[in-house]
Design a protein around this ligand. Sequence first.
Ligand code: FPP
Length: 252
Amino acid sequence: MLSGLLKRKTKEPENAPKTLPQHVAIIMDGNGRWARARGLPRTAGHKKGADSLRTILNACRDAGVRNLTIYAFSAENWRRPADEISDLMQLLRHYLQKEVTTLHENGMRLRFIGDSSQLQPDIRKQMHDAIALTATNNAFHFTIALNYGSRQEILRAMRKLAKEVQEGRLTPEAITEERISLALDTAGLPEPDLLIRTGGEQRLSNFLLWQAAYTEFYFTPVLWPDFGTEEFMRALHEFARRNRRFGTTGEE
Ligand code: FPP
C-alpha cells in the first residue's frame, strides 16, 4: 500500500510545517453519510474509509508524524445493525490480511487498544499475529482502537490497580498519574498532540479521555472518505499555529 507513496499526484501536497505533532489521533466519522449521498450502502462508505486510512497513514509517514491512533470500532458501535457490524468485521479481517506485511516491511509497529475479548476468535488471532510480527518495529507506531471505549479502559485500569492494592503489591500513595497512564491500554505511547475528527461532529465520543487532557482538537465537516493528504496537511498547519501552553501563561 505504501508503494502508492512513490506515485506523486500532479499536484504536489503542501509541505509539512516545522512544528509537528508527535502523535495524531483520528475519529474517522462520516462514512455512512458519504455512502448515503451517493445512494450506496453504508458498507461502501466504510470501504472508501479504509482507502482514506491508507492515504493518511502514508501522509503521516511522509510528514514525519511517528504515531497514529485511529478509532475503528467503539464499544458503543455494537448497537449498530448486525449486518453493518458483520461488514465492518469483514473489512477489518480483509484489512489486516492485506496490510500487515506491508506495515511490517515499512518498519511499522501495530497495536490495538480496547477490549478484544468480545471479538471473534479468528480476528483475535489475526490481531495477535500482527502484534507479534511487528513488535520490535520502531519507525512508526500505528494503533487501532477496536471495541474501545475510554471509560471502559479507565475502569479496567482502576480494577487492575485496586487488585494490586488488595494483594499488597501497591499502596494507594504510590498511585500516581504516571502509574494510571501505565495501567491504560495506551501504556508506552505518547499522549496525542492533535486529535482530528471528521464528519462535522465536535465531541470526543469516549475516545482517549485521559490521554487527551492537553490535546489540540481539529474538527472538520469533511467526511472521512473525502479526507485526503491536503486536508491532513491543513490540520497539521493549523496545529503548528496553535500556542500550546499546558496550563502555563505561555511566557518564558
Ligand atoms: C464512522 O462513520 C466510521 C466507523 C464507525 C468505522 C470506521 C471504519 C473504517 C474507516 C474502516 C477502515 C478501518 C479499518 C481498521 C478496517 P459512520 O458510519 O458513523 O458515518 P456517519 O456518521 O456518516 O453515519
